[in-house]
Every structure is written in C-alpha cells, then in structure tokens.
Design a protein around this ligand. Structure first.
Ligand code: CP3
Length: 358
C-alpha cells in the first residue's frame, strides 16, 4: 500500500470523523466547542478506585477489558467529546524491558537510571508485538465508542528522558539538563532513541483505531527557547513526522510553555495545548496561523464556586473566539487533580456546550 492510500483510511474510516472534537482540530465549523480533560480517566472518579482495587497501576494498563472500562468511565459520566486512552507515558518503556514502576503519590520510578552511553543499549526500538494489550484495548474501545473519538498518547522525548535520567520525578531536572548541556552527543542519541520508541507507540494506537494523538511534553517548560530548539525540537519533530501520513490530528502539550509555544507548533503539531498562564488570543499570536489550540482553564478554578467557574470559562471561550476560527478544543491547562469533585467536571462540560452553542 502506498503512503497516500494508507493515509486516507486511517483518517476517514473512523465513525468519529465528523465529531465536534475532530472537526475543531481541523478548523471546521462545530455545533459547540468540544471539551475533554487531561487525566479525566483515573483518580478523581470513585468508579475508577473501585475497579483498580488490588491491581497495580502498570498491571492495569495491560488488561484490555479493564483499560476499556476505565477509559469509558469519564465519557459516560461527564459526556466529554473525546475519550483518552487509559495507559501511561512509561508503558512503552516497560514494554521494552526497562524496570519501571509507578509508585502511588510519587509517580514513575526507574530502578536503573539511564546515564551513560552503555545504558542507551537498553532503549531498543518498540515493536507492535511488545504491546499486544494496547492494540487489543484500542480495538475494543473504538468498537464501543462509535462516534466519540479516541485520543491516543505518548510521552515526548524530553519528558521521558527526564524520568529515565533522574530515576524518578524531579523538580528541577538537574541531572537531565547536566547531560543535555554537558554531553550533547549522548543526549541527542538518548532523545533520538526515545523518539523512535514514542513514534512506534503512537503508530500502534493509530493503526488500532485511535483518531487523534497527543504528545505529552509535560516538563519541557523548564527549558529556554534556544535550548528547546537545539536539544529537543529535532526529536519531537521526528515523532510528529513519523505519524503525519495517517492524517489524524496531532496535539502537542506541555506545562509552563508560554515561551515555547511557537517552537512547539514548529515541531509539527496540528493542535497546540496551552496551560492557564497565557490567554488563548495571545497563545494564538505566539503559535501563528494554521494551528488549532487546546486549553486552558486553570484546574484550580474548579475548586471555586460555580459562578466563578462559569465566569472564568466564559473568559476562555471569549479569548478563543477572538481567534476568529473554530479551531478551539476546551480543556484544562493541566490534568484533573485527584481530589477534584467529579460533579464539578460534569457541570463544566454541560456549561461549555451550552455557552458555546452556535
Ligand atoms: O485520563 C487520562 O489522561 C489517561 C491516562 C493517563 C495516565 N497518565 C494515567 C495515570 C495519561 C494521559 C497519563 C500521562 C502521564 N503520565 C503524564 C503526562 C500527563 C501530565 O500529567 O502531564 C505523566 C507526566 C505521567 C507520569 C505519571 N504517571 C505521573 C506523574 C503519575 C502520578 C503519580 C501520583 O500518584 O501522583 C502517574 C500515575 C498515573 N497515570 C495514574 C493514572 C490514572 C495514577 C495511578 C493511581 O491510580 O495511583
């Protein structure tokens, strides 16, 4: 099959092709602004805690029926416009044999961090056969979701590198940056290998039926633009290029990335995710024409009274309407906090739909 014939079915076969979410990603007119939430599946939901009881996080990602159930929970409850695949950014690393665990309340912990050239040998390419449970779970979900799109995702090379080099979560990413600044060739090879793994992980999800993908570069906001351009952009671009021919929207997200928004668009995304620090009309100026935007209500606003949530939500919708385009996907500026009242999220979805009805 040629690249072009392969591209058409991936984008068009899905029953979700005309959904508000995919239309907004493509800048097409929508009946209302679509909304979904990063980390909508998971700890804010009592039904999640119930089905996860006694199952370690990474084990849960390897059980297709459980993945299906957890992915669907927020769609049923909140009536969001898209599902996000329940998995984690470290799943492909575990699948190629990296000893990684997710410790509750801490995050991913790597038994033997990657710090030398010899360590790089452990980052072999990911084959679809390494993650059969992902292919199976995506297939089950696409059948069940019908017209609701499924978003696949992966961690971006910088954010994955930060866990691998530090050995776990870190505030300032000192060891990661020390490698990036001090051993640029080793660093370039590290992020290139991660780009290969991440590309394959996204391809598996798209091939199985995901109708959009999001690349999470959660911690890249700690870099200055010149360093991003030199040391990160080539690897992230490689990932976007590797999935471009499928024709599915590619979303690029990070936290604290106000100064990087233009470069993150340049890296190749169709949709740029914005945290709450930059209003969407200003973000649009920084990203430039031709890209849709996703965001950007401060998740903390949802802990305030409903009238405040509604005022702040209107401000986000207003800033987006000033773009003069339909290319807006409503989201929070970062993930749903675990202690969030799920009813506040359901009310927010209804409010976004109502306030943005065209
Ligand atoms: O609903 C969804 O968004 C889909 C599922 C999803 C998870 N992780 C499930 C999860 C997604 C998209 C991710 C991505 C992810 N994982 C990111 C990027 C997103 C972001 O927040 O910026 C990052 C940095 C990770 C790494 C990671 N995994 C962290 C920091 C944590 C939290 C650790 C903690 O307990 O505070 C995890 C664990 C994790 N991933 C949970 C879930 C539902 C919680 C596991 C549990 O139930 O204890």
């Amino acid at each position: 099959m040629s690249e072009t014939t392969a591209a058409q079915p991936a984008a068009h076969r899905s029953a979700a092709y005309d959904s508000a979410f995919l239309r907004a990603c493509r800048h097409e007119p929508v009946p209302h602004t679509p909304v979904w939430f990063m980390r909508q599946a998971g700890r804010s939901l009592p039904e999640y805690h119930k089905v996860r009881e006694g199952v370690p996080m990474l084990d849960s990602c390897m059980r297709p029926e459980l993945v299906k159930e957890i992915t669907l929970q927020p769609v049923r409850r909140h009536k969001v416009d898209a599902a996000i695949f329940y998995s984690d950014i470290v799943v492909p690393l575990k699948a190629i044999g990296i000893d990684v665990d997710i410790k509750p309340g801490i995050g991913p912990v790597i038994a033997d961090p990657i710090r030398t050239r010899a360590d790089l040998q452990r980052l072999r390419p990911l084959e679809p056969g390494d993650v059969p449970y992902v292919t199976e779970a995506v297939g089950l979900l696409v059948d069940e979701l019908g017209g609701t799109p499924l978003i696949g995702f992966a961690g971006a090379p910088f954010t994955l590198a930060s866990y691998l080099v530090e050995g776990g979560p870190s505030k300032n990413h000192e060891l990661t940056k020390a490698m990036m600044y001090g051993e640029p060739e080793l660093w370039a090879e590290l992020v290139d290998r991660l780009a290969v793994i991440t590309s394959a992980f996204l391809q598996v999800q798209i091939e199985a039926g995901a109708s959009a993908v999001q690349l999470f570069d959660s911690w890249v906001g700690s870099l200055a633009p010149d360093d991003y351009r030199r040391s990160v952009l080539p690897a992230s671009s490689k990932v976007f290029d590797a999935v471009a021919h499928y024709g599915v929207p590619r979303i690029h997200f990070g936290v604290g990335t106000g100064e990087l928004l233009g470069l993150m668009g340049e890296a190749g995304a169709d949709v740029v995710g914005v945290d709450w620090r930059v209003p969407l009309n200003e973000a649009a100026r920084r990203v430039g024409p031709g890209k849709a935007l996703q965001g950007n209500l401060d998740p903390a606003v949802l802990f305030a009274p409903t009238r405040v949530v509604e005022t702040k939500t209107r401000e986000v919708l207003h800033a987006a309407s000033a773009l003069g385009t339909s290319g807006h996907v409503f989201n929070l500026g970062h993930g749903v906090p675990p202690n969030m009242d799920p009813d506040a999220l359901s009310r927010l979805v209804a409010f976004v739909h109502e306030a943005s009805a065209r």
